[in-house]
Ligand binder design. Sequence first.
Ligand SMILES: [Cu+2]
Length: 199
Amino acid sequence: MKKVKLLALGLLISVSYNCKDFKKGYEDGKKAAEEEAAAAAEEMKEEVMAETIKFKMEAKSDSNVTGDVTFTQENGKVTMLATLTGLTPGEHAIHIHDKADCSSADGKSTGGHWNPTSTPHGKWGAEEGYHKGDIGNFTADSDGNATVPFSTDEWCIGCEDDTKNILGKGVIVHQGVDDFTSQPSGAAGARVSCTGIIQ
Ligand SMILES: [Cu+2]
């Protein structure tokens, strides 16, 4: 009788142990599946939720340079498209400056270049360094119109990373050309158009 009891006890322990094992395996599998589903949903959200913000460019320094600029964030990239009129034909510089404040007549209320990584001014992508606002130069046609496309994964719209977030900064178009060497501004001359990047 005692033997039978022992056997039963042994069986019970073995069953309950196996059961626990099975349950753990099941829970682990369930957790992994849930995590996978959440990651896929997050990825989908990022792809679907393209965010676009649009601003009117304001003429500065007695110029007639106006237009608009849009920033679209999609798949970890921000694409800028500026459409400008009233420029003098030829090359001009465009930068992101430190402040969204276009209140002054000369646009200098936007401060210097946006440079959250404290690097030297330069051409975008240069090994020696470049500001996060160093978009570069573009060419206006003989009618003074220009379309300026730019795209980078080094910006974001409203993310937590201050070295990437363009909100609260300003867009400045210059009368002159960025020489990519003069510090800290590229010696691009008067600020002829301005907008704040404010959501
Ligand atoms: Cu500038």
